[in-house]
Design a binder for this molecule. Structure first.
Ligand code: HAM
Length: 414
């Protein structure tokens, strides 16, 4: 019989990897919560139009990468390729803007993009992210970047580079687009096939093509920063000032344009050189026009999303939490007591292992050793009659006879 395998570009997460996954999501949840962001959970699929209008027709995501299907009612639905459009849809649909002037959300969950799978790039991947809706100030942009950076550094990830740029509003981009096209036109035939197409659909994307020839050509391209109007420039300068206030080192990269159409001024990425071609761990920016486009509301917004799998790849020294105590029981009568003791230890917050199969002391010790526990509690009929327990310290290899209360006092905080 042919064994059915996970679909290309998808991955099961279990064992140590699952511990890592939970560690990252828990840390993100804690840090986002500390900054006052609240959880929002939106559906995994949405009407296709949401992403067409939100992410943009000319983007690779909408053109080539969406998992779009007709349901049994003939509706065109799409598995979300990202979550910003969904958060905005929910915010507008539930009129959250009428309840609070500034909303701060965080989310986590699976996103789906039909990309060519490789290390750090999957077709189903997980993102954690935040969005601030209703705050136009540049300090919100800086806060979002600082939250992302703080999360990654708290997880122990080093050697990160924060890249920032501003892509300006629609009028600026229109002006710049014309400028860029006149620069690119004489080089058209030297550019890669993707970039020749991009020149027709989305010329700004030529700027961050990874092809070496294209990179060489765009090095001399006009900078979008020079095209910003006065207000956009002042916003960008203020973001940089606040990043310095937050003590975030950044690099300005005028070629950073991002792959989604909704950005309207600040854009940023946090990158590493440890993941080869998939160096972007986190990306985001300001999208002040998206709420107008999707719901006719003039509400500014800014946010980021980070790839959980990419973060996990950077946690080289991660150690899954080991069992703290192993409870070994000898003889059928000791099982009841061992179960009770395990419950008390778990109540005290100790990760406790117990094997319900009857076995000899040697076999118990072998198992406790394999699990890497710090302590072992051993009880047999003799200990039960004396109301004591054998308490073995696996770190210094000592052993003593104690009551459970004495053991709990010794173990202290697990
Ligand atoms: P994005 O840059 O498309 O932005 O994705 C954010 C992050 O998701 C990337 O930096 C990367 O770590 C991860 N990622 C993207 N595609 C894949 C993939 N195929 N496999 C594994 N990881 C991937 C957004 O999605 C925007 N919604 C971010 C945002 C929020 N902008 C404003 N608010």
């Amino acid at each position: 019989m042919k064994l059915i395998k996970a679909v290309r570009g998808t991955k099961d997460i279990f064992g140590d990897e699952a511990e890592k996954y939970i560690y990252v999501s828990d840390m993100a949840q804690r840090i986002f919560g500390d900054y006052g962001y609240t959880y929002i959970k939106t559906p995994v699929f949405e009407e296709t139009d949401l992403f067409r209008r939100g992410v943009g027709e000319g983007t690779d995501i909408v053109e080539k990468e969406m998992y779009t299907f007709l349901d049994k009612g003939d509706r065109s639905l799409t598995l979300r390729p990202e979550n910003t459009a969904s958060v905005v849809r929910s915010y507008l649909e539930n009129a959250i803007y009428a309840k609070e002037d500034i909303s701060k959300f965080y989310y986590n969950g699976s996103m789906f993009r039909y990309e060519r799978p490789q290390a750090g790039r999957q077709r189903e991947f997980n993102q954690i992210g935040i969005e601030i809706l209703g705050d136009p100030s540049p300090i919100a942009d800086a806060e979002v970047i600082e939250v992302g950076y703080f999360l990654l550094s708290t997880l122990g990830i080093v050697d990160l580079e924060v890249k920032i740029n501003s892509v300006g509003g629609a009028a600026t981009r229109e002006r710049y687009r014309a400028n860029l096209l006149s620069f690119l036109n004489p080089h058209r035939e030297e550019l890669c096939e993707d970039c020749r197409n991009r020149m027709d659909n989305n010329p700004l994307r030529v700027l961050d093509c990874k092809n070496e020839t294209c990179k060489g050509i765009v090095e001399k391209a006009p900078s979008i920063i020079d095209a910003l109007d006065e207000e956009e420039r002042a916003h960008y300068e203020a973001v940089k000032k606040y990043l310095t206030l937050f003590n975030i080192k950044y690099t300005e990269d005028s070629r950073l344009v991002r792959g989604l159409d909704y950005y309207s001024s600040t854009v940023f990425e946090i990158v590493t050189n440890k993941l080869g071609a998939q160096g972007a761990v986190l990306g985001g920016g300001r999208y002040d026009n998206l709420l107008k486009q999707l719901g006719d509301k003039d509400i500014p917004a800014v946010g980021f999303a980070a790839g959980v799998e990419r973060i996990m790849m950077l946690l080289d020294s991660f150690q899954p939490e080991k069992y703290y105590v192993y409870v070994a029981w000898l003889g059928e009568k000791a099982l009841d007591e061992a179960v009770k003791i395990s419950r008390i230890l778990r109540n005290a917050g100790c990760k406790t292992a117990i094997d319900y199969r009857e076995k000899g002391i040697k076999s118990h010790m072998k198992k406790a050793d394999k699990l890497g526990v710090k302590y072992c509690i051993i009880l047999g009929e003799e200990e039960i009659s004396k109301n004591t327990l054998v308490f073995k310290n696996f770190e210094n290899r000592t052993q003593e006879e104690l009551t459970l209360t004495e053991i709990l006092a010794k173990i202290g905080k697990c």
